[in-house]
Design a protein around this ligand. Structure first.
Ligand SMILES: Cc1cc2nc3c(=O)[nH]c(=O)nc-3n(C[C@H](O)[C@H](O)[C@H](O)COP(=O)(O)OP(=O)(O)OC[C@H]3O[C@@H](n4cnc5c(N)ncnc54)[C@H](O)[C@@H]3O)c2cc1C
Length: 453
């Protein structure tokens, strides 16, 4: 079958493009190699944010756009996103003095057109009451401000479910693209990674939404392409809620000029992230011991009384930022998070860089050019409507999971492996490896059931 558009890659950018094209009446097929949102788009710090850190780089346009998007998604998908007050502690001799922090946070609110809940500050005594384990030596107080947290798997999944409500749109997981043959009609060969079935698919236009894998894939598929990425690895820890007494999320400036977020959520605490060159196979990227030790050190520098250790770690995860290489900097921390659209051929687009938070705007930049080329009018406001098909199991609203509910997920949300089911459909944080039973039935039962999905 000939499609108007094939999107390769089912992370948040593929999902955002898919939804926008589908809502604008485009016949679109999305092909994802593994499960949807199982690579970079599940490895983020799970924040919808403008990025206070980017104020330092004077990236005001990016911060403003991201803040607008953050505040939009808090309204459009309140079941997947939630607003939290962050504390940024300040110490004598630290990188940023308190008045400077307060000015920065005012600017942050200004860039949101004062749609953020207002920033403020906490004096030392208040901070010590709220965070009793924080190092009191040299502590001056903290700036406070509001950002969003998000279930990064589920927002991508729900963009796909929403797009699929349009009958001319379909998204398929476990379809690895093996080759892409250029021409007026682009021919794409795929292999189902679970059944082994090979198929040829055709499209008038192709969009590569393959994130950090793009340079490698373009070479593999013989597409004219200058390597454009500066891949940057970041890891996170989920730690036991009881390991640290927190009033709410914190942002901790580290000695190497980065910031580490500490965000209580879903009965655990998320700690991250790092920023290092990529030294492993990208598709199976993992946290190393050095990465873990780095984050534990930052935590214990700030909370010496807590003495967080390896035994407090419930799980770790890693991902690669698809940063677009810039001529002016090879420093990953300073490389801009703005996105870029490439046109490797007259009927091909590649969408790279950006932030999770800005995926809707990134998709618009492609769609506003592509949809008219298909002879259709483009309405950018279609994606301002709320998502229409919420996941069977929510993230922040705890719901009991019984076998009936899991059957519903299998029927409607297309998990194809036990990991998909546990990790991305049920949003459980623990590794699924050791789970031998689910909703009163043995793991083998569910694995057999998923085989037919
Ligand atoms: C450590 C870290 C923390 C971050 N924190 C935040 C944050 O808090 N807030 C924020 O806004 N942004 C954050 N980001 C950025 C954000 O996560 C990314 O910009 C975003 O997830 C990129 O999405 P993507 O769809 O481009 O890539 P991906 O999610 O990687 O999607 C690309 C997809 O292409 C698929 N693919 C690859 N090869 C093939 C093939 N042959 N056939 C078919 N499919 C294929 C992959 O399987 C993958 O699913 C963070 C990033 C990192 C790494």
């Amino acid at each position: 079958m000939l499609h108007d558009v094939i999107i390769i890659g089912g992370g948040i950018n593929g999902a955002g493009l898919f939804r926008d094209l589908a809502l604008n009446g485009v016949n679109v097929l999305l092909l994802e190699k593994g499960d949807f949102s199982a690579q970079t788009s599940q490895g983020s710090s799970k924040m919808l944010h403008g990025g206070i850190r980017y104020l330092e780089n004077f990236d005001f346009a990016l911060v403003q756009e991201a803040l607008e998007e953050k505040n939009l998604w808090l309204k459009l998908a309140p079941h997947l996103c939630s607003e939290r007050e962050f504390h940024l502690p300040v110490y004598a001799g630290g990188k940023w003095p308190l008045p400077f922090v307060r000015l920065g946070l005012f600017l942050y609110d200004l860039l949101s057109h004062f749609q953020n809940k207002p920033a403020g500050h906490a004096d030392k005594d208040t901070l010590l009451k709220r965070y009793p384990q924080i190092n009191p030596q040299g502590l001056k107080g903290a700036g406070t401000y509001f950002d969003g947290i998000v279930d990064d798997h589920k927002l991508a999944l729900e963009c796909l479910w929403d797009g699929e409500l349009e009958k001319q749109a379909r998204a398929l997981n476990y379809q690895e693209v093996l080759s892409v043959e250029r021409g007026e009609i682009v021919k794409i060969t795929t292999r189902d990674r679970l059944s082994g079935v090979i198929q040829e698919r055709q499209a008038r236009f192709v969009i590569f939404a393959t994130g950090p894998f793009t340079d490698e894939l373009m070479k593999q598929w013989n597409i004219p392409w200058e390597p454009s990425l500066l891949p940057s690895k970041g890891i996170h820890l989920w730690i036991n809620e009881s390991a640290l007494k927190l009033h709410g999320p914190m942002v901790l400036p580290s000695q190497d000029g980065r910031v580490v977020f500490v965000i209580p959520q879903r009965g655990s605490i998320l700690v991250g992230t790092t920023e290092t060159p990529v030294d492993q196979e990208m598709f199976n990227i993992k946290a190393t011991e050095a990465d873990v030790v780095y984050l534990l050190k930052v935590l214990n520098d700030y909370f010496p009384g807590a003495n967080v250790q390896h035994k407090d770690i419930l799980n770790t995860f890693a991902a690669i930022r698809p940063l677009v290489r810039s001529a002016s900097s090879s420093d990953r921390g300073k490389t801009s998070r703005t996105h870029r659209i490439f046109r490797p051929s007259h009927n091909m687009y590649a969408l790279l860089g950006g932030k999770y938070t800005t995926f809707r705007r990134m998709a618009q930049d492609v769609c506003k050019e592509l949809v008219p080329r298909l002879g259709l009018p483009y309405n950018p406001n279609m994606t301002l409507n709320p998502l229409r098909r919420p996941s069977v199991v929510g993230t922040f609203t705890h719901r009991e999971v019984d076998a009936e509910k899991i059957e519903e997920i299998i029927r409607t949300e297309r998990p194809r492996s036990f990991e998909d089911l546990v990790h991305r459909r049920l949003s459980w944080l623990m590794p699924s490896e050791n789970l031998q039973e689910l909703a009163g039935k043995p793991r083998a039962y569910w694995e057999e059931r998923l085989k037919h999905n």
